[in-house]
Structures are given as C-alpha cells and as structure tokens.
Write a protein that binds this ligand. Structure first.
Ligand SMILES: Cc1ncc(COP(=O)(O)O)c(C=O)c1O
Length: 389
C-alpha cells in the first residue's frame, strides 16, 4: 500500500486573519434595511464619460491581449496627470498599469520582498496591506500612529525607523490613511525618503486617496519629492477618485530601471489589464476632473453631517478626518468592536466596519464611510447616535 500523505496549503496562509469587513457585511446580509457604510466606497456610480469609453472600446473590438505594462495611451495619460498634480514631472517609463491598487501592491511586494524579509507598516491600516506581506512569507511589522488627546493622529518617526532592521525591505505608508484619515506631512515624507535612501530600502506609498482632501487639491505625495530613481513605489487606483471600485484598475509609479521587471510581474500575474477597462481609465483621467471636484464636495457634505450628528454624542470620541472619506471613532465602554458592529446591525440596521479589522491597535474603534447620499447618511448616523447615546 502506498503511504498516504495529505496535500497541504502553505503554512504561512494558516495565519491569515479573516477580513473583518467582509465578515460583518456577510453577517449583515441576513437583515433587511441595513444602511451599508462598512466598505471603502461611495454610493455614486462611475462618471458617464468613463462608462461610455468602455462601451465604445468594446464595440470597436478591443478584446485582445495588451502590453504587459499597460496601454501606452493610458501610461501617457497617467504620466501627464501625475506631472500635473505633483511638484516633479513623471515620465511614462515610470508607469505600470495594474488590475487594481490591490494588484499594484502584490506586484510591488513580489518585486522586492523575499520570504523571511519584513515590511514596516504605519498602522492602523487597511487589512489587505499586511495580509499581502504575509502572503509573501514576510513579516508585517506594525508601527502605530499615536492617537492624541484631540483625537488626531501623529506619526512617531523614531519608532518607525527603530522598527527597521537588516531584513527590512520596505516602509509602507498609506496617506491619506484608511481608516484614520491621517495625512503624512511633507516633512515626514522627506524624513522617510531620506532614511530609505541611506538604508537602501523602499518606500511603498499607498496614495489611493490622494484626491480626497479637504483643504487643498491633493495630499502631500512622495512623488513631490522623489527623483525618478529614488526607491519609491507609489500605488494609485481608479477606485476612489473616480468611483471605479468595481472596475479593478490601478497603477504603480516606480523607477524607470525596474519598468521591465514590473512588466514581467504583471505578465506572470494576469498578463495585462483589459483594453476596454484601460480605455475607461483614459476617459476618467482626461474627462472626469469635474467628477473629482463633485465627489470632493459630496464627501465634504458627508463630513459636515458626521460632525453634526456624531460630534455631540458623549460616548463617541471622534475627530474630523483630514482626508479620505472615513469616520474612525471610539465608543466608551465598548472594547469589542466586532460585537458592537454586530449589535449596530441587529438593533440599528446600520453597517459599520469593526476596528479590529485594521489591527489590534484599533480594537474598540469603528470605521464608517461617509461618502454616501446625504439623506441616507443622516438616517444611518442618527440610528448610530440613538443606539450609542
Ligand atoms: C488604503 C487602500 N489602498 C488600496 C486600496 C485598493 O483599492 P483597489 O484595489 O480597489 O484599487 C484600498 C481599497 O480600499 C485602500 O483602502
């Protein structure tokens, strides 16, 4: 008799945590009338010029394989966009198109991280980032932002640098930050870039919320500071600025010297993004700037409603977010965020994300996305306020 051996999955995957945001939305699916604010997306549909560009592209027969780094027309459009928004010009040989911001992160990590390495992440953070590091067999090292008395968040640069060692391959900074709304300042970015330059490590700058800011046109970006060959991998996405979460289109801005390697990484993951989706991306960049403005106003209205309704609730500790479209708040006497999120679903019929999804440091917090229809948002927030008063 041959010996029987059980086929197994990679041990490292046994340590992946369930994605708490999906867990709570699945829990909520059994109830009617839940107002969903748990996901990182608004209720606006993608602007019309992008939708039309996809239809026209498909109807013209754009159904074939494409260049692995992305269609040259989209790469040129992104380079022009990056150059317009940032202090330094960006050439198209730094742009690689990916099938989402999430894929851009995988491609970046596959390019620079080996098993046994570590990546130091500024947290709280969107759970997919540390999970992607773990999938590489690397260690996700967390350095938490400090929550100050006024509810705002502050980065401890010394703690960040102290967390790096010989096996550190990258510092991951998501700014504007999901879930806290924190923004890394120009001075902090300069210090991180200088540190990365001297240590020979990468900065992975997740800047998918860079247009969703309230007191300026764009958030401070590592691309304002980086020379082309600096060790910066900037992740961006069509999901947030143009309400294109379902389309799965993003990009990496990287040094030209690794352009070909990044192309190979795309090739060996999904070969390329569909041409008709990329056509929509070009239209988003070139024709949908009015939407970006409108969306920012939509978020501003949401932020005002949030301040009016949750601000006065004594048990809720909340600060106005500087950027992105999330309220991240703590509720006195509620240490278990998943239990509280479930209670809000059951008793108030509102869907919020439990803080534990964003790391142990966020247990006891809740996140909600306020980029929603003002009337519905008002109703949802009033239900939360009533339940937590
Ligand atoms: C911080 C951050 N980065 C990247 C992404 C990925 O966006 P997508 O994969 O939809 O492009 C998200 C999505 O929620 C996010 O919050």
């Amino acid at each position: 008799m041959p010996i029987k051996r059980k086929a197994t999955i990679r041990p490292v995957l046994n340590h992946l945590q369930p994605q708490g945001i999906s867990d709570i939305s699945e829990y909520g699916a059994q109830f009617d009338d839940v107002i969903p604010m748990w996901f990182g997306e608004s209720d606006l549909v993608t602007p019309e010029p992008a939708r039309r560009a996809l239809i026209e592209s498909l109807e013209s027969g754009a159904t074939f394989y494409q260049a692995q780094n992305g269609h040259v027309a989209l790469r040129n459009a992104i380079a022009a966009y990056d150059s317009r928004l940032h202090a330094k010009p960006v050439q198209a040989d730094r742009i690689t198109v990916t099938a989402s911001g999430m894929t851009a992160l995988h491609v970046a990590l596959q390019t620079i991280v080996d098993a046994g390495d570590n990546v130091v992440l500024v947290t709280p953070i969107w759970p997919n980032a540390p999970a992607a590091v773990q999938i590489m067999g690397a260690e996700a090292r967390r350095v938490s932002l400090i929550n100050q008395i006024d509810g705002r968040w502050r980065l401890d640069l010394d703690a960040l640098f102290d967390a790096c060692d010989d096996r550190t391959r990258a510092i991951f900074v998501n700014s504007p930050n999901n879930p806290t709304g924190w923004m890394c300042s120009r001075e902090e970015q300069q210090a991180i870039l200088d540190f990365a330059r001297t240590k020979g490590i990468w900065v992975i700058a997740d800047e998918v919320y860079h247009r969703i800011v309230y007191d300026r046109e764009t958030a401070p970006s590592f691309l304002d500071l980086a020379e082309p060959e600096d060790p910066v991998l900037a992740i961006n996405s069509f999901s947030k600025s143009w309400a294109m979460t379902g389309w799965r289109l993003g990009w990496l801005t990287a040094p030209p010297s690794i352009f070909e390697t990044l192309g190979l990484m795309v090739q060996y993951n999904n070969s390329n993004s569909p041409e008709f989706i990329q056509a929509a991306g070009i239209a988003a960049i070139q024709d949908c700037e009015p939407f970006v403005e409108k969306f920012r106003n939509y978020c501003t209205t949401g932020r005002d409603i949030l301040r009016d309704i949750l601000g006065p609730v004594n048990r809720i500790q909340i600060a106005e977010p500087e950027a992105a479209f999330y309220a991240f708040f703590k509720v006195d006497g509620e240490p278990d965020s998943m239990a509280l999120a479930k209670r809000l679903v059951r008793e108030a019929r509102v869907g919020v994300a439990p803080g534990m999804s964003f790391g142990d440091e966020s247990e006891g917090w809740l996140r909600l996305c306020f980029a929603q229809d003002p009337k519905l948002l008002r109703t949802g927030l009033e239900r939360i306020a009533d339940a937590l008063r």
